[in-house]
Design a protein around this ligand. Structure first.
Ligand SMILES: [Zn+2]
Ligand SMILES: [Zn+2]
Length: 803
């Protein structure tokens, strides 16, 4: 029993000792105090069966020590007091509870703390002590040091640094920073620091992308846009993303951030509205949202079918879900949903997801597979990629401003502010105070007719809004001209990097004796070459982005005067291209463009339903197609011009080889003109690829070989089985070598490469010489590699004989 007593917390033992009127020192072994974990476990257990927790042991003990006269009630009170004692001990041990910032904030705090330590090293003082001392003068000196040791240009940036430092302080000192210091610095930064360094304190233009502009974007997206997405599903996704971002005023991170939107975040319902036919509605829950007051509260929005097809979020969403075959029930077409009835016993019907789809992202990215570009089932769309598409779409529409997702959020926030109570607005926008909206979101432009209000004249809000809308001109440049591209290629920084890359290439080829750069993979020089190439790509991307923005700005600055002068000379503006004259490579895209903007006026309900269902069916098909990348469409001369510039640009899309011509006549030919038609058998049987790519004829056999190797064979394991891709042949093949052999004999198509032959011959020679020297390979992976090489070598031999 002694042991159980000695495990009791100190205070309890003391109290017992006092009550028992014994003056002896309490028997208490502090060292044997329970570990907090075990304690917590017991507390939890006790809390569960709160009836008479631990009373057994207590009463046992009491009986033993002759205190059985205590009533049950007293024992319980005793135990309860002991429980709180234990808790207090635990809290004391734990110390103050710190705030719980998000990962992003924690990262910033770590960075700021490092900077503070560096500063204190310069000052030769102890960083921790100096921080806790909390002296305004030292913080001021630090902020000056901070500006001088960074490339900070904006006042807002330095204010953020200061806020983060005050959080670092709170974490070290266990208290908020002194109000006096905060007050001092808040005033000191704009009045002293900003002036001292000439920091930029101008506010960003708070542009709004209202529904009129969104319609322009969507129209361009479906009808006029000539940009080729790596996969057409990305186009459908983009339309839905724009609509959801607009309607929810959400930050884009909630949709395509680190924790992307999953199927399980969306509940699809069939509900009975006031009409006769049930309506499809979806409940969207946004979980990954910016924390407000240390908490990130889930928000749920409802969307339903809208009368206007192009701004109905349900249409693209259904298309995505159908294309994924994500429904748990055996629904395969949209019409089947529209034919469903809700039983009177129910309020609504829930269209659930297959279990495997529930935790997969809705907005996903492409991946390159041996059979062609495919939508990944798991890889979610990256924020940066989505942003790139958005900016590009804005340029295609001719907007003067570089579009930002926040332009949508601001517009939506403004509409919401006008329509709802402040509490509702705060919830939707994720703000704690209305002040946040006023300060950071409210546009400077007042879209109310103050002239009419004061003068008492009829209000013309429409005119005021027309003045406030984002400037746009569809003639604005959307891409760099060849001269501008040349300008970038000749930029001194680019040239310097290119020279460095050349030095590494020379080293690899001349000094190390590799026939190609790729052959040097694994060597240090290859790594250097690769890194330099990446630097070149980044720099070129930055430069061309800046150059394009400049060109767009220059265009908008000058176009109006030019236009006015033209009109004064009698040149009337030419009309824009009518949508009907645009040609699309994919039929599905053409149908989508037509149906989305079809006028539904004067059509009865059943007809509208048919159009809606047809549109969704068509979008489902579109989700499984790809337009042919630009590079396949270019003429040879154009291609030559651009290749030096765009070679790194088109990495994402498939890189083709030189083009001779596009022959449309072979589309349906069953019998191949053997040995003459230089098309890729893999691309040709790729059902998702566009017709241009499928019928693409290569100019030279080595171009085709290179394409097949890079796009199809390199992505496979050497002995991975495959089905012969040549049309009308479906022979099972044991691997790459078998494919080479088979295509030579069965299809009269030489897929083998001279470089591969020489490479393998050389390897075989090396292998034989190694064997002759009796080298024993201890390393197992190396020996299995040698074994593989031996097989290749044998295959090669049989192949060479067969030629
Ligand atoms: Zn191909
Ligand atoms: Zn075959």
């Amino acid at each position: 029993m002694n042991s159980s007593r000695s495990r009791l917390p100190r205070r309890h033992t003391q109290r017992q000792a006092l009550r028992s009127a014994r003056n002896a020192a309490p028997q208490c072994d502090l060292q044997s105090l329970e570990s907090s974990e075990a304690l917590e476990q017991r507390i939890r257990r006790n809390n569960k069966s709160d009836s008479n927790w631990d009373t057994d042991s207590v009463s046992d003990r009491e009986r033993d020590s002759g205190y059985s006269s205590h009533s049950n009630h007293e024992v319980e009170a005793e135990a309860e007091a002991r429980y709180y004692d234990q808790m207090m001990d635990k809290f004391e041990e734990e110390g103050p509870t710190l705030s719980n910032p998000g990962d992003g904030t924690l990262g910033m705090m770590r960075g700021e703390k490092r900077n503070w330590q560096k500063f204190c090293e310069t000052m030769k003082i102890d960083a921790e002590q100096a921080l806790i001392a909390c002296e305004a003068k030292r913080f001021k000196a630090y902020l000056i040091w901070r500006v001088r040791h960074s490339r900070v240009k904006k006042e807002s940036t330095i204010i953020t640094y200061w806020k983060v430092l005050s959080m670092v302080y709170a974490r070290s000192a266990y208290r908020y920073m002194d109000e006096g210091v905060l007050y001092d610095l808040k005033n000191w930064i704009p009045s002293y620091l900003t002036r001292l360094f000439g920091l930029d304190d101008s506010e960003k233009e708070k542009a709004c992308l209202f529904v009129d502009d969104l319609s322009v974007l969507l129209n361009c997206h479906w009808v006029r846009d000539t940009e080729v997405f790596a996969h057409e599903r990305l186009r459908v996704q983009m339309a839905l993303l724009l609509l959801i971002s607009g309607c929810t005023a959400t930050r884009p991170g909630a949709l395509v951030g680190e924790r992307p939107l999953l199927y399980s975040d969306i509940k699809l319902f069939l509900v009975q509205g006031e009409g006769l036919v049930p309506v499809i509605a979806m409940r969207l829950s946004l979980k990954h949202i910016k924390r407000s007051g240390g908490k990130s509260r889930e928000k749920e929005f409802t969307f339903y079918e809208g009368a206007d097809l192009v701004i109905c979020p349900i249409i693209p969403f259904l298309a995505l879900a159908f294309a994924d075959d994500a429904f748990e029930a055996n629904i395969t077409t949209p019409t089947e949903i529209y034919d469903l009835v809700i039983p009177t016993r129910k309020t609504r019907m829930h269209l659930k997801w297959k279990t495997k789809w529930a935790e997969r992202p809705i907005f996903r990215d492409v991946e390159t597979t041996p059979t062609g570009v495919r939508m990944s089932k798991t890889k979610h769309l990256q924020y940066s990629k989505h942003r790139h598409h958005f900016i590009r779409l804005g340029r295609a529409c001719g907007f003067e401003k570089v579009l930002q997702f926040y332009d949508l959020r601001r517009a939506s926030g403004k509409k919401i502010t006008e329509a709802l109570t402040p509490e509702e607005c705060n919830q939707i926008m994720g703000h704690r105070h209305r002040g946040t909206y006023t300060r950071y979101y409210m546009p400077g432009f007042i879209d109310r007719d103050c002239q009419a209000i004061y003068l008492g004249s009829p209000s013309r809000d429409d005119l005021v809004r027309a003045v406030g809308r984002l400037a746009r001109d569809t003639l604005a440049p959307t891409a760099l001209t060849d001269a501008q591209k040349l300008e970038i290629s000749n930029d001194s920084r680019v040239l310097k990097l290119c020279r460095r890359r050349q030095r590494y290439a020379d080293k690899i080829k001349e000094d190390l004796n590799f026939s190609t750069i790729k052959a040097a993979e694994g060597t240090e020089w290859y790594q250097r070459h690769k890194a330099t190439q990446a630097d070149i790509n980044n720099l070129k991307r930055q430069l061309s982005d800046a150059r394009l923005n400049q060109a767009i700005q220059e265009f908008h600055d000058t176009i109006d005067t030019i236009e006015i002068n033209n009109q004064l000379q009698g040149i009337r503006p030419s009309e824009v291209l009518a949508p009907s004259t645009i040609e699309y490579e994919l039929e599905e895209r053409a149908i989508a463009a037509k149906l989305f903007f079809k006028s539904l006026d004067n059509l009865d309900e059943s007809r509208v339903f048919r159009i809606r269902a047809k549109l969704i069916r068509n979008l489902i098909a579109l989700c499984k197609r790809q337009e042919t990348p630009h590079a396949y469409k270019m003429s040879t001369s154009r291609k030559r011009q651009c290749i030096s510039y765009e070679d790194e640009y088109i990495k994402d899309i498939q890189k083709p080889n030189k083009i001779l011509r596009i022959d449309d006549t072979i589309t349906d030919s069953k019998k191949l003109p053997e040995g003459t038609a230089l098309y890729c058998p893999f691309c040709r049987c790729d059902k998702e690829a566009g017709p241009r790519k499928r019928n693409f004829l290569f100019a030279r056999i080595d171009g085709l070989r290179k394409h097949i190797r890079e796009q199809h064979l390199d992505l496979r394991v050497t002995n991975e089985e495959l089905i012969c891709p040549f049309q009308g042949c479906s022979a099972p093949l044991a691997g790459t070598m078998h494919f080479f052999n088979h295509s030579k004999h069965q299809h009269d198509c030489m897929m083998f490469f001279k470089s591969t032959v020489t490479g393998l011959s050389r390897l075989r020679a090396a292998l034989q010489s190694d064997e002759a020297e009796g080298d024993i390979c201890a390393d197992e992976t190396a020996s299995s590699l040698l074994h593989k090489l031996a097989i290749c070598s044998a295959l090669l031999e049989s192949f060479l004989e067969s030629i």
